[in-house]
Design a protein around this ligand. Structure first.
Ligand SMILES: C[S@@+](CC[C@H](N)C(=O)[O-])C[C@H]1O[C@@H](n2cnc3c(N)ncnc32)[C@H](O)[C@@H]1O
Ligand code: SF4
Length: 463
């Protein structure tokens, strides 16, 4: 036996409930490393311009466009958005967005290929068909989309019109993620998101009738009044519609950042063991229905590109969660949008007025960011692999030039508690998360995070 292999002593295994309580810590979701709370104002427009100019033009990039508007606020919402009652602010936002795209393309200084474009929000389908046409006309002036580029949008079914779908489709939309969350009326009332089943079904039909090749849905567990039985019912109805992918996110309760979440009845929110039970019940139903489990919260039909990417070890994680998009550079547009370049991360100003004023003055509207060290890149790669594949061979990182302290020995010691609880198997430098350990992968990833606990940043529950 390898000297480094850890032997687990005989012991009574902890129940799922005790494990959920033991690893109840609040940990980041690791959609980036370092995580967004560590971005700082020492990074600004000059850094971004330098990093953009250094972009490798031979490699396709991905783009993210943020549309921070909704017609009604869901009280659980953790996204950066605000309610608007007319189209005027949206149209004027698009004007600024087009100017930001022009300014950014100028800073890049030459043509770039794009392999993925994601519209997030807020609610991208609050745009009018003409807005969609204008955005794509500007993008296509500066960027060349690869033949198989993924063009994806987050969609609120309550707002979806046939005209919007037609506009998105003629501009290349090939993946739509439809927000559903939960189908139970009591839950929907508690979260201020009334969405009759017919609306959900109608939106999916509209997208399919327009031949959008991939239609996904977003669901949540951990919401007020959700029970294992109600989550099972939501899953049963959703599975019957056969979406290509289902994202089942754990509700992130961060009322100190999102004051509207204070409107949710906290005493009706499931505790960590109940959240765990909801998540596991849903996961097994989806697997029984033939969905392949991807990472922490995604499920894809076996024929879907993400299921194929998983088999090829090619799933990635970025601000939109799990993705097949492996581009090193992500260029963000819009208020609060985050971009990633080889040099580091940047985030745009969050308030639309500030973002607009900066763009109007001809500036790239960067508000903060972080430069990446080689140690950050290595740790980021370890965390991404753990979060996506649930296994990682640390050997391939420990001796790479960079920092990684004492070649990860401290991290291996800190992971021992997960090994003792049968959540992780360690064989030398090889780590594999067990079936029971999957819900705790964020806490394992946090062991590699040298920033964790070093700021006042607060996170949502790990399970
Ligand atoms: C921008 S929204 C989707 C598009 C559209 N606005 C809608 O809600 O239908 C993106 C997704 O984020 C997820 N989400 C929002 N707030 C969340 C929270 N506090 N915790 C976990 N997931 C959340 C929801 O599943 C939501 O569908
Ligand atoms: S969940 Fe979607 S529709 Fe609801 S407030 Fe957030 S972004 Fe808007």
């Amino acid at each position: 036996m390898d000297n480094d292999t850890q032997v687990t002593l005989d012991k009574a295994p902890l129940s799922a409930t005790s494990l959920a309580s033991k690893y109840d810590a609040n940990v980041p979701r690791y959609t980036s490393y370092p995580t967004a709370p560590h971005f700082h104002k020492g990074i600004g427009e000059a850094d971004y311009r330098k990093w953009l100019a250094e972009t490798d033009r031979q490699r396709p990039v991905s783009l993210y466009l943020h549309i921070p508007f909704c017609s009604q606020l869901c009280w659980y919402c953790g996204c950066n958005t605000r309610v608007v009652n007319s189209h005027r602010p949206v149209a004027s936002y698009v004007d600024t967005l087009l100017k930001e795209i022009d300014l950014t393309a100028e800073a890049i200084g030459g043509p770039l290929k794009v392999e993925a474009l994601h519209f997030g929000g807020g609610t991208p389908n609050i745009l009018q068909p003409d807005d969609v046409d204008r955005i794509f006309a500007t993008l296509r002036r500066h960027f060349t989309f690869t033949d198989n580029a993924e063009i994806a949008m987050e969609i609120d079914p309550r707002e979806l019109t046939a005209e919007f779908v037609a506009a998105a489709r003629r501009n290349g939309l090939n993946r739509a993620s439809v927000g559903v969350q939960d189908i139970d009326e009591q839950v929907q009332n508690a979260i201020n998101r009334q969405q009759p089943w017919a609306v959900t079904e109608g939106a999916i039909k509209l997208l399919r009738d327009a031949n959008v090749p991939s239609v996904n849905v977003d669901l949540l567990y951990g919401l007020p009044y959700q029970t294992e039985a109600s989550v099972r019912e939501t899953m049963r109805r959703m599975i019957a519609l056969q979406p290509d992918r289902i994202a089942l996110f754990g509700y992130a309760h961060v009322p100190w950042m999102k004051p509207a979440q204070k409107l949710l009845p906290e005493d009706a929110m499931p505790d960590s063991p109940s959240r765990h039970a909801q998540q596991t019940a849903a996961a097994s139903m989806l697997e029984d229905a033939g969905y392949v489990r991807i990472g922490l919260d995604h499920y894809a039909r076996a024929s879907d590109s993400m299921a194929k990417a998983l088999a090829a070890g090619d799933v990635h994680r970025n601000f939109q969660g799990y993705t097949t998009d492996g581009a090193e550079s992500l260029i963000g547009f819009g208020a609060s949008a985050i971009g990633k370049l080889h040099g580091g991360y940047v985030q745009n100003m969050v308030a639309v007025v500030e973002w607009r004023a900066a763009v109007a003055a001809g500036k790239l509207p960067v508000h903060k960011g972080i430069a990446l060290s080689e140690d950050d890149r290595l740790r980021g790669a370890i965390i991404e692999e753990l979060m996506c594949s649930f296994r990682v061979d640390l050997g391939k990182f420990a001796d790479r030039p960079g920092l990684l302290g004492d070649h990860l020995q401290t991290e291996l010691q800190r992971l021992q508690t997960f090994v003792d609880d049968d959540l992780l198997v360690r064989n030398g430098m090889n780590l594999a998360v067990t079936e029971a350990g999957r819900p705790f992968v964020r806490s394992m990833a946090a062991v590699f995070d040298t920033y964790f606990g070093k700021s006042s940043a607060r996170h949502s529950k790990g399970v």
